[in-house]
Design a protein around this ligand. Structure first.
Ligand SMILES: *Cc1c(COP(=O)(O)O)cnc(C)c1O
Length: 373
């Protein structure tokens, strides 16, 4: 079948998502301006309540970003200089930033074929200094939380889930964010539930931790006049919360579309020997923040697709331990062979809700034709 070779399929399309919601968003924004309750207005509490419900937990606390969510979570658990925290080296850098900015040491554990931390390799990384594990649900695929929580309990250490990419993902029917001591989410515009600016959420079932986190995000103020600790100012804006309440109505539908798009790719890219795609395994509900395949001749394929108007991305080309900032951690090329090999082969395909079947077909046909030539 001969399709037009001139297509325009961007890697991501935020403009059309917002265009379709514009009147609803403007009305929500207008409401906040009329009330002029810009800091910790009622929309923040309403969004926190709905978000907690979505994650199947008792408490949700809105903060300024996913990075701050991770930093506060670790800080509230008492992580500090001299401690070690285990995470994966193939994540977005913030998964390690949150550890290091508290003076603690990120200890990396290599990942498996599914891009998530390999639980079988965690025990060997645990020392008397280990205080927490940060499993990252990368690409929107849940980590094996049963194994990870089991290891953490045996060793008396906390689990802080980095669920920045994974809102609504589930492991064995239980939402991510509800498995660990604390769960952290990002509301960055590019995430599955993204706002029109920065934002993040922390979720937990621990009432005491929740109270502490609310004080921590609010400059240490328990009440207007009672400062109980030195802390940052990192609150989710009322404006962002109002925007998120609009977008929340569409999240299930968007997630379904991401899953349907992934299903299309799984079916139509199967059987190409130069491509590997991790399957969705028993017990996993993936929400496909990204759809990451592993390919041969990646740079050539990327250029080929780009020439045909198809955008792709790489999440992430440089593993954290090999980044400029990460060099001080003492790892080197070869420290994490699976992560490093994947970093040279991974390619993220367009997966955003709103892609048409015709567009998905064009992506698949072009990939096939690349490997046939
Ligand atoms: C986006 C992201 C973060 C950081 O979230 P921000 O809101 O951008 O600060 C942390 N971890 C992972 C895995 C992410 O994808």
């Amino acid at each position: 079948m001969q399709k037009s070779t001139i297509s325009q399929i961007p890697y991501i399309d935020l403009k059309s998502q917002h265009a379709s919601l514009k009147s609803e968003l403007l009305s929500a924004i207008g409401g906040v301006i009329d009330d002029a309750y810009f800091i910790l207005g009622e929309q923040v509490a309403e969004f926190e309540g709905k978000f907690a419900q979505l994650c199947g937990v008792d408490y949700a606390i809105g903060v300024n970003s996913g990075t701050d969510a991770l930093i506060f979570a670790l800080k509230a658990l008492g992580i500090r200089s001299g401690d070690e925290v285990i995470t994966a080296p193939n994540s977005f850098v913030a998964s390690a930033t949150c550890i290091r900015v508290l003076g603690a040491k990120p200890v990396f554990v290599d990942v498996g074929d599914d891009y998530n931390i390999d639980p079988s390799k965690i025990p060997a990384a645990i020392t008397p200094k280990t205080k927490a594990i940060i499993p990252v649900h990368l690409t929107g695929r849940p980590c094996n939380m049963e194994a990870i929580v089991g290891i953490a309990q045996e060793n008396g250490i906390a689990v802080v889930e980095d669920a920045a990419q994974a809102i609504l993902a589930e492991y064995q029917g239980k939402p991510v964010g509800s498995w660990g001591t604390v769960g952290c989410f990002s509301l960055h515009p590019l995430k599955n539930l993204g706002t029109c600016g920065d934002g993040g959420m922390i979720v937990t079932n621990d009432a005491e931790l929740s109270e502490k986190l609310k004080v921590m995000r609010n400059i240490g103020l328990r009440t207007r006049d009672d400062c109980v600790m030195w802390s940052h100012n990192s609150r989710l804006d009322t404006l962002q919360a109002a925007i998120l309440l609009v977008k929340l109505r569409y999240l299930q539908q968007w997630t379904q579309q991401r899953r349907a798009n992934a299903d299309y790719y799984q079916t139509h890219l199967a059987g190409i020997p130069q491509i590997q795609i991790p399957p969705e395994r028993e017990g996993e509900k993936c929400v496909y923040h990204t759809f990451v395949i592993q390919v041969e001749r990646r740079e050539e394929l990327r250029q080929f697709l780009s020439n045909r108007g198809i955008g792709t991305a790489i999440h992430y080309p440089v593993p954290i331990h090999l980044s400029t900032a990460g060099k001080e951690l003492g790892y080197a090329e070869g420290s994490f062979p699976v992560t490093e090999q994947q970093s040279r082969r991974i390619l993220s395909l367009p997966i955003y809700p709103g892609l048409t079947v015709d567009q998905l077909e064009q992506v698949c046909e072009n990939i096939k034709s690349f490997y046939q030539t």
